[in-house]
Design a binder for this molecule. Sequence first.
Ligand code: NAD
Length: 290
Amino acid sequence: DILQRVIHHVRQSSQSFSSTVASEDQRLAGQVAIITGGASGIGAATARLFTRQGARVVIADIQPLLGEKLLEELGPQAKYVECDVRKEEDVRRLVDTAYALEKRLDIYHSNAGIIGCVGPIDEIRMDEYDATLAVNLRAAVIGIKHAVRYMKPHRRGSIVITGSVASVMGGMGPHGYTIAKAGLLGLVKSCAAELGPFNIRVNMISPGRVSTPMSAFALSALAGRDSGSVPVVEDIDKLVPKSPVLPDKVLTDSDVANAALFLASDMGGYVSGHNLVLDGGRTAAQVLGA
Ligand code: NAD
């Protein structure tokens, strides 16, 4: 009889152990996530990870061909919605479409971005500057405004904004880009303070350079070259100086997706108003004078 009880106990423990392991592989099981700018680069890597983690992912972008190609890879768990994040009506429709899938919206990842206006401050063109802030800053405000329409009544939600190391230091991008990414920090803190009582967390990830079409364009823009000489994405890792703190490492889109998963999921359940900087220790080293 005692032996039977021991066998029963061991079986039960191993069952609960395997269900724990399964849930660790499926940190977003049953959840619905929107990823803007999800057809390419960091957004696409995040869409891959979030679907692997069990989420239904709605990819919002203005590149339907890339979006459809990604859907072929991700299968029925993913959906593409054509959405220009600068347009409030597009974002309203995006959020409504995502909510209609499962009658819930758990994650809004505001990730779409552009390099935008380039050049020295005394030559800055204000129309280009406004256009840069429209995608990189104003669109995040529109996104949060509409995402919380569904998150507040459910008293649940996680908002993750893609910033940049440019949010905390100059010289990492052109002026408009840097100003917009720093502005996102204010947005994150302001919304985290207001939305916490609704159990909605608001955070930011701020990566250094990652090989994507955008970074290829940024490198050529910073070097003052025209878009005709944009380096190929595969060469970015070779062109970007390594962090002196982690000289053997290169930041990948998967690293950034992992950081997004941490903040988006319950792993980051007590984190809000935070800017998670993925700079390989670069900014810390400069503070210490290394
Ligand atoms: P990417 O060009 O590969 O992806 C950006 C995506 O945003 C594209 O699919 C593009 O179509 C989409 N997009 C642009 N304007 C849009 C609009 N108006 N509406 C909807 N979608 C729009 O670039 P990425 O490097 O993956 O950039 C993603 C985010 O990461 C951006 O916010 C960028 O600022 C940030 N970031 C990138 C790097 C880097 O080195 N690549 C570093 C720091 C931060």
